[in-house]
Design a protein around this ligand. Structure first.
Ligand code: C2E
Ligand code: MG
Ligand code: MG
Ligand code: MG
Length: 283
């Protein structure tokens, strides 16, 4: 895992730093506690349908409500989760929380799908497809309520295994999105072979669009590429109205970004959604 987003937070622990062995041990123990004693919280960022402005899906983004250090961002602790072998446990907790919330929204009459990020490692867990199915069905959720966001890194490492696991997940009706599309080192060939529903254009393509014609051309072409392969195109990192309007013009299907909403705790998101539904209804 490479911490790309945020970038502002310091790392709780660096593997290169041996002199902090004790600190590391303490942090791993804290992390284990955090996972099992409910210190992980999910914030949700809406994925806006273009051009209607409706919201049918939100992305779940994990945070660690640390008892002493406050709210930690994923860039501050995901490396440690990977290195300490706690990723399967964290993924399970994150899926439980996200699907609980999806079931709650459904019960409240506003069925929202949730998108959950999966690390390359958690996808290699052979039991994942069966477990995710069970997590959905125990809550009476349709498989369409879940999108799994995966990175190109996963597709790169073991193509055959990736194909097998993605096919199993996809056959059940779960949507598969490729996150940070365009930033990995993989070849485009996987787009031909793998069962993918959605390409999420990395924000490094979106942010320079306004003042860079070539960046804009690239975005427009990736949107077309997605469509010609029967996939939908989602833009992340939409930070201003100019980018938003361009994406509408290119026929991009969904947009996410600070211009629309930051990732929010559930209560704030619910309030945001209320306003948004009213705005969409009167538009
Ligand atoms: P991601 O899946 O690509 O998520 C998008 C990141 O970009 C989020 O950072 C989000 O807050 C940020 N973002 C959204 N809109 C904008 C914008 O307009 N401008 C800018 N500059 N940034 C924006 P966050 O929440 O810090 O997450 C970082 C990464 O951590 C995620 O990138 C994802 O790869 C990983 N991650 C988050 N939650 C989970 C999780 O539950 N499991 C796993 N395995 N990874 C997770
Ligand atoms: Mg994501
Ligand atoms: Mg992304
Ligand atoms: Mg990204």
């Amino acid at each position: 895992y490479k911490a790309k987003a945020g970038g502002t937070g310091h790392h709780v622990y660096r593997s290169s730093d041996d002199s902090h062995g004790d600190a590391r041990l303490r942090t791993v123990q804290e992390l284990r506690l955090a996972i099992h004693e409910d210190q992980l919280v999910l914030h949700y960022q809406p994925k806006i349908d273009l051009p209607t402005g409706q919201v049918n899906c939100v992305e779940a983004l994990v945070r660690w409500q640390h008892p002493a250090r406050g709210l930690l961002q994923p860039g501050q602790f995901l490396d440690l989760v990977e290195e300490s072998g706690l990723m399967h446990a964290m993924t399970h907790v994150v899926l439980d929380k996200a699907l609980d919330q999806a079931a709650l929204w459904r019960a409240e009459g506003h069925p929202l799908a949730v998108a959950v990020n999966l690390s390359a490692r958690s996808l290699l867990d052979a039991e994942l497809p069966a477990r995710v199915r069970a997590q959905l069905s125990s809550r009476g959720l349709p498989t369409s309520a879940l999108t799994l966001e995966i990175t190109e890194e996963f597709l790169l490492n073991d193509r055959e295994r990736a194909q097998e696991i993605l096919t199993q997940l996809r056959e059940t009706g779960i949507r598969i999105a490729v996150d940070d599309f365009g930033t990995g080192y993989s070849s485009l060939a996987y787009l031909r072979d793998l069962p993918i529903d959605e390409l999420k254009l990395d924000r490094s393509f979106i942010m320079p669009m306004a003042d860079d014609a070539r960046a804009a051309a690239l975005v427009s072409s990736i949107v077309d590429l997605a469509h010609s392969l029967g996939m939908s195109a989602v833009a992340e990192g939409v930070e201003d109205a100019v980018a938003y309007d361009e994406l509408v013009r290119y026929g991009c299907d969904q947009a996410q970004g600070f211009h629309l909403s930051r990732p929010l705790p559930v209560a704030d998101l619910d309030a945001w959604l209320l306003l948004r539904r009213a705005a969409v209804a009167t538009a």
